[in-house]
Design a protein around this ligand. Structure first.
Ligand SMILES: Nc1ncnc2c1ncn2[C@@H]1O[C@H](COP(=O)(O)OP(=O)(O)O)[C@@H](O)[C@H]1O
Ligand SMILES: [Mg+2]
Length: 221
């Protein structure tokens, strides 16, 4: 399905020094996979990994493959890949406060002719149709999280990437989001979830961690 091979990336710290984030990292999400949790220390590169998988960060060496084909790491090719196959829920939700919930979710559908229909379905799927005309700033954390998820799934992506999706939620709201993820999985959407929560990680089929610049099977410490 999608795979990273031999991915290396360094970043420049504010003091000007280079820091290795990934060193020949491999990752594979196969057709058989349903859900993968990614854990790791703060600053280990988890959000960067999701941005690479989403095609938003193309500044790395190595190979990104989709269905056995190497994707060119150019902005247009990666954007086309993202628009067709990948939904991303960022840590801060990235919602536009001057637009309605419905308009925010419409932005997740590249095909404008289908945007309203897709957005309404997505809002229904995450159980917040009644919030369609509200502004995001009037929502609770759990509601805003659902809007972000609705926007990411509105185009029916093959893979949903979620960056610490329950980090800001209380336990009850976390349970609701986890149920929603279960439904998405049953509907055939693959999940890659970056999380600090054992509870969330344990719900996933596979648990990986960013450790020493690579992705390895998670060892609970
Ligand atoms: N494009 C970039 N330029 C410079 N530094 C970056 C860039 N992307 C990420 N970083 C740095 O890389 C490190 C890892 O970031 P991040 O992926 O957000 O880690 P995590 O999500 O695991 O906490 C951080 O120190 C961050 O400041
Ligand atoms: Mg992060």
């Amino acid at each position: 399905m999608i795979a990273l091979r031999d991915v290396s990336k360094s970043v420049i710290e504010p003091d000007g020094s280079a820091r290795v984030l990934f060193d020949r990292l491999d990752f594979e999400l196969s057709d058989q996979d349903h859900s993968v949790a990614v854990t790791g220390r703060s600053g280990a590169g988890k959000s960067t990994l999701l941005r690479i998988l989403a095609g938003l960060d193309t500044d790395f060496t190595g190979t990104y493959m989709h269905d056995g084909r190497i994707l060119q790491r150019t902005a247009p090719e990666m954007a086309a890949h993202r628009l067709r196959h990948v939904g991303l829920v960022t840590q801060d939700y990235s919602l536009l406060n001057d637009r309605s919930v419905l308009d925010n979710v419409r932005l997740g559908v590249p095909d404008r002719a289908r945007a309203t229909c897709g957005a309404l379905h997505a809002l229904e799927a995450v159980g917040i149709s009644h919030l369609a005309s509200k502004r995001p700033r009037r929502l609770s954390g759990g509601e805003a999280q659902r809007v972000a998820i609705a926007r990411a799934i509105a185009k029916h992506p093959t893979v949903l990437l979620a960056d610490e999706p329950t980090g800001a939620l209380d336990e009850t709201t976390e349970s609701e989001v986890l149920r929603l993820f279960d439904q998405l999985q049953h509907g055939g959407c693959k999940l890659v979830i970056v999380t600090h929560s054992d509870r969330v990680a344990e719900r996933c089929e596979r648990q990986l961690q960013v450790h020493r610049h690579q992705l390895v099977a998670r060892s609970v410490s």
